[in-house]
Design a protein around this ligand. Structure first.
Ligand SMILES: Nc1ncnc2c1ncn2[C@@H]1O[C@H](COP(=O)(O)OP(=O)(O)OP(=O)(O)O)[C@@H](O)[C@H]1O
Length: 299
């Protein structure tokens, strides 16, 4: 088990930042930590890293108490407000960080080259952090979190404020590395999380209100999400009449979530034919039920 948390509570004065939180995560999972501002995500990260002490409850990371020296180099984190020192070169800072992890100078330099290549910034080895763009600095901070080949990496808002290309580069890197590393990602970008993660922890006012494996389907039910340009009368009823459809729910003003029997594999085609037949203009047809719809479904 990568992470086991039971009855975790953390207070700041009267405020319960985490309130009796329990969950467990298998090694190899990619976990989304979701929740509104102030929900307790950063507090949870800080406790897992050993930066903050819990008031009560039990927390284990690969069987160890957070902060235990056995987790040195095993767990690493990118804090939300991670900063590089503007005065020193990227290479110097990453090498220093590697040495702090117990590598000798040569090993640390080698490791610096490896992680810079991972984030596609090898040419910036001698650049000072102050000379880099925001996106580059963020990628360097991610490189720093990967030094020493950790088994679990916590990334708090790794792609916040990045342009689409930089964000995509980081997502691909996480997807590539997730075969060997357990990632826990906090983000407000649900579409990003649903592409990367197989498990979702949803925190709200310090409470874990949802802990689900985001496997699209392990039952005989599948989902399609249809977004249309404009809703027309009886659209919902007409979709519901298609063979295999179990339920149709309007999730947004222009969106339906269609639950259907998984044996009706050609329902997507039938749906597109129905759109064509009625002249409905659709924006997109998504295979599955979006994370947003799963978390914020209105009954
Ligand atoms: N050092 C602190 N002192 C006092 N209160 C704190 C402290 N750190 C966090 N809190 C409070 O604990 C609650 C949880 O904060 P936390 O930063 O963990 O939320 P978050 O989910 O990470 O929010 P965001 O999405 O805005 O980053 C908030 O009400 C916050 O005000």
């Amino acid at each position: 088990m990568a992470i086991e948390v039971s009855g975790l509570t953390k207070r700041f004065a009267q405020k319960r930042a985490l309130d009796d939180v329990s969950f467990s995560i298998n090694a190899g999972s990619t976990i989304a930590l979701v929740g509104p501002n102030g929900a307790g995500k950063t507090t949870l990260f800080s406790i897992l890293c050993g930066f903050l002490q819990a008031d009560s409850g039990n927390v284990r990371v690969f069987g160890h108490t957070p902060g235990d020296s056995a987790l040195f180099g095993v767990l690493s984190a990118l804090p939300q407000d991670a900063q590089l020192d503007p005065r020193f070169s990227v290479g110097k800072q990453l090498t220093f960080y590697g040495q702090l992890q117990g590598l000798n100078r040569r090993e640390a330099q080698h490791e610096t080259a490896r992680v810079l290549e991972l984030v596609d910034l090898s040419e910036q080895l001698n650049a000072k952090a102050s000379e880099l763009s925001h996106g580059m600095r963020k990628r360097i901070c991610i490189a720093q979190a990967l030094i020493g080949q950790p088994k679990i990496v916590l990334l708090d808002e790794a792609t916040a404020g990045l342009d689409p290309l930089n964000a995509k580069a980081i997502r691909s890197l996480i997807a590539d590395l997730s075969k060997d590393i357990t990632f826990m990602l906090s983000s407000h970008d649900l579409s990003e999380l649903e592409r990367l993660c197989d498990t979702v922890l949803y925190l709200e006012q310090g409470k874990l209100t949802s802990h689900q494996r985001y496997a699209q389907n392990e039952s005989d039910t599948a989902f399609l999400t249809l977004q249309v340009q404009q809703l027309t009368e009886h659209m919902k009823e007409q979709i519901a009449h298609l063979s295999g459809v179990k339920n149709v729910r309007q999730s947004q003003s222009d969106e339906f979530v269609i639950e259907y029997d998984v044996s009706h594999k050609a329902l997507d085609i039938a749906l597109l034919e129905l759109c064509h037949h009625h002249g409905w203009r659709y924006k997109q047809l998504i295979n599955g039920n979006t994370l947003e719809n799963q978390l914020f479904a209105t009954p």
